[in-house]
Design a protein around this ligand. Structure first.
Ligand SMILES: Nc1ncnc2c1ncn2[C@@H]1O[C@H](COP(=O)(O)OP(=O)(O)O)[C@@H](O)[C@H]1O
Ligand SMILES: [Mg+2]
Length: 320
């Protein structure tokens, strides 16, 4: 059975101006011990996808269609009480600014121990033992459990947040731009840590980023999101070496490659569209130099272009 299956997910936000179709028919899956990368520019629906999976949407956001199956069980079919438990036990999110969520006047170790006491009903002593184990796992000296957040570096704080996310042995961790605010060296350390954890613990990891270059070394599969839809998905090597969608191609060229060489960055002109009124046809057509009449009027479906490789472009591959 698949660890996670998202089928035709649609999540909309109700706003004064109308419905924002933030996630519009997204399907993806994740197996145990694997890493799925979710990539796309800001505003394409990555965070909304994550929040939908973890059932953490704000009140104005609603899943209006599709299914989120965790080990075959549809999250939408569960009662509110059961869901709240699942959220901690089974899906944890580490956000970009997570480290700033630490309480500055409380010892870091105690903040993690509290999660364990609350959700796993551990005693204080048991929780502190487990917290030290978690510190070791995320490579923080266990003596630091009694330190306050200001005594931690940014990277250490983010690792402490990963420890907190791991506290209840989730089946899935979602890192939503978990390294974006950190400098390059620390980014690499955090990514190495996540990869180590994925290998040591049989969990699934979803890594969300706007920077395709961070995905190369750690992901098994990559899904590229544009304007609320997945425009291409496949094995990481297919996305890096054999991409079929012009948007993926542009993303590849807009960022330094995985070896850190900064190619001349022809970043993608324009911005992702407003999702109140997405463009007709292919949502990428206004920014696509290859678009023609057909792209303006007919929406391309995700089609299989290779083994486990899908792209939604009328002219997949021909633009290269
Ligand atoms: N609470 C909200 N209310 C209304 N619109 C929202 C809300 N949160 C996100 N959106 C909109 O949903 C779209 C997707 O946003 P988001 O999922 O945050 O994208 P990403 O994480 O890829 O940057 C954007 O158009 C954004 O403006
Ligand atoms: Mg986001």
């Amino acid at each position: 059975m698949e660890l996670l299956e998202v089928r035709n997910l649609k999540t909309y936000f109700k706003t004064q101006k109308g419905m924002v179709k933030a996630v519009d028919d997204v399907s993806c899956s994740l197996s145990y011990g694997k890493v799925l990368g979710l990539v796309g520019e800001s505003g394409c629906g990555k965070t909304t996808t994550a929040l939908s999976i973890a059932n953490l949407l704000p009140p104005e956001g609603r899943i209006v269609g599709g299914e989120v199956l965790l080990e075959g069980e549809d999250l939408m079919g569960l009662s509110a009480g059961k869901l709240r438990k699942k959220r901690w036990k089974e899906v944890s999110i580490v956000f970009q600014g997570a480290m700033n969520a630490l309480n500055p006047v409380m010892k870091v170790g105690l903040q993690i121990a509290e999660v364990l006491m609350l959700h796993d009903k551990l005693t204080y002593e048991q929780a502190m033992i487990r917290t030290k184990e978690l510190f070791k796992l995320v490579e923080i000296d266990e003596e630091r459990v009694n330190q306050y957040p200001h005594e931690f570096s940014g990277g250490m704080k983010q690792r402490a947040m990963i420890a907190m996310a791991l506290a209840c042995n989730p089946k899935i961790i979602i890192g939503d731009e978990p390294t974006t605010a950190l400098d390059v060296m620390v980014q690499a350390q955090i990514l190495n840590l996540l990869e180590k954890l994925k290998n040591e613990i049989n969990m699934g990891l979803i890594l969300i980023t706007h920077d395709l270059s961070v995905l190369g070394e750690i992901c098994d599969d990559v899904a590229v999101m544009y304007a609320g839809k997945i425009v291409e998905k496949g094995k990481v090597e297919d996305i890096f070496e054999n991409h079929q969608h012009p948007y993926t191609y542009k993303l590849m060229n807009a960022f330094p490659n995985i070896y850190g060489e900064r190619k001349l960055s022809d970043s993608i002109p324009g911005n992702p569209p407003n999702l109140l009124e997405p463009p007709s046809g292919c949502r990428f057509h206004p920014r696509c130099e290859f678009a023609d009449e057909r792209c303006k009027t007919k929406e391309p479906m995700l089609a299989e272009v290779g083994h486990r490789h899908f792209a939604a472009c009328h002219y997949g591959g021909v633009f290269k």
